[in-house]
Design a binder for this molecule. Structure first.
Ligand code: NAP
Length: 285
């Protein structure tokens, strides 16, 4: 940094998590900062749970314009912020914090925005007036649910190994348009769904595949797997074999990052071929 530059001329952003080394966010934001000619840097900071409050308290003084928040801090950070945007409050999770010039911290959640944007970009024919089936009830399911319910989806069916967690989502954010199913009944719901989403860890490298019988799926059904390592999961392979439209998880990651970039810098960030190539290399694909 030049001596006559103020801390906020040099744009510092970061992702905080524990662990954080696996995060692809630095790759995304370094790419976009360079493309937009922004003078700054994006850091990956390992912040242990007992160090979170101190990090949040000092972040403005340290010159950050904002930061991303990942596991395990997405919920714990809420009471430490000055303001939380309505969607993030509804999800009970923050993944992006903006620090204003007067040092105030506002929390947002861009995971749901990224989820929906990638869906519409990759499967423009998706029928969001039909019921949807969501598998899993963790943090990613909450984000996807809140985003989907901003659309005209008439019914969102949710199945999770631990049924009580699916019921909690129905209660917390279901808006009267959600119902919980038993995990073992998930394949029975396939025929009614225009959109099927995997938000569990099943299918990730090192995990068992997600077992779902797709033979009753209607023509035009979209299968969206938010797992991105591997990019083509067994679920997506099976969906393709059944002639269904597939959406992989990488674009959700990119679009949630792009929404955070816009919040901090007011600039659009593109998901172009050069960025995709870098991400695939980083993932070893
Ligand atoms: P999480 O809060 O820990 O939730 C994990 C979910 O997986 C829960 O529903 C859990 O069910 C289920 N699960 C775990 N092991 C299972 C098993 N053996 N059988 C059936 N279900 C099982 O995690 P998360 O943050 O929601 O993330 C979930 C997945 O989404 C991860 O693969 C993550 O990489 C991916 N993700 C992708 C993006 C993206 O941008 N593409 C963003 C966020 C997350 P129980 O409740 O029964 O434990």
């Amino acid at each position: 940094m030049h001596a006559n530059m103020t801390a906020r001329d040099f744009k510092k952003a970061a992702v905080i998590g524990y662990p954080v080394a696996q995060s692809l966010s630095p790759l995304l934001h370094d790419h976009w900062m360079r493309e937009a000619g922004i003078n700054g840097q994006y850091e990956a900071l390992e912040v242990a749970p007992d160090a979170l409050a101190a990090f949040v308290k000092n972040a403005a003084r340290e010159g950050y314009v904002g930061f991303n928040v990942t596991v395990p801090h997405k919920t714990a950070i809420l009471p430490m912020l000055d303001t939380v945007a309505p969607l993030a409050r509804q999800m009970g999770a923050v993944n992006t914090v903006k620090i204003s010039d007067d040092g105030k911290l506002t929390g947002f959640n861009t995971d749901g925005i990224g989820f929906l944007k990638h869906l519409k970009a990759s499967a423009p024919g998706v029928d969001l007036t039909k019921p949807a089936l969501i598998l899993g009830a963790g943090g990613a399911a909450r984000a996807a649910t809140a985003a989907l319910l901003t659309e005209n989806i008439p019914l969102l069916m949710i199945a999770n190994r631990t049924r009580a967690k699916a019921e909690a989502i129905v209660r917390d954010i279901g808006r009267g348009r959600m119902t919980a199913l038993d995990w073992d009944d998930r394949s029975d719901a396939v025929s009614a769904a225009g959109l099927i989403i995997n938000t569990t860890v099943l299918g990730m490298t090192g995990q068992n595949p997600l077992e779902l019988e797709l033979s009753s799926a209607g023509k035009g059904t979209v299968v969206y797997d938010i797992v991105y390592k591997p990019l083509e999961t067994e679920l997506l392979k099976s969906a393709k074999a059944h002639g269904l439209t597939v959406v992989d998880g990488l674009g959700m990651l990119v679009h949630q990052g792009a929404a955070a970039f816009k919040i901090w810098f007011g600039k659009d960030a593109a998901y172009d071929a050069a960025l995709k190539k870098k991400l695939l290399e980083a993932l070893g694909c």
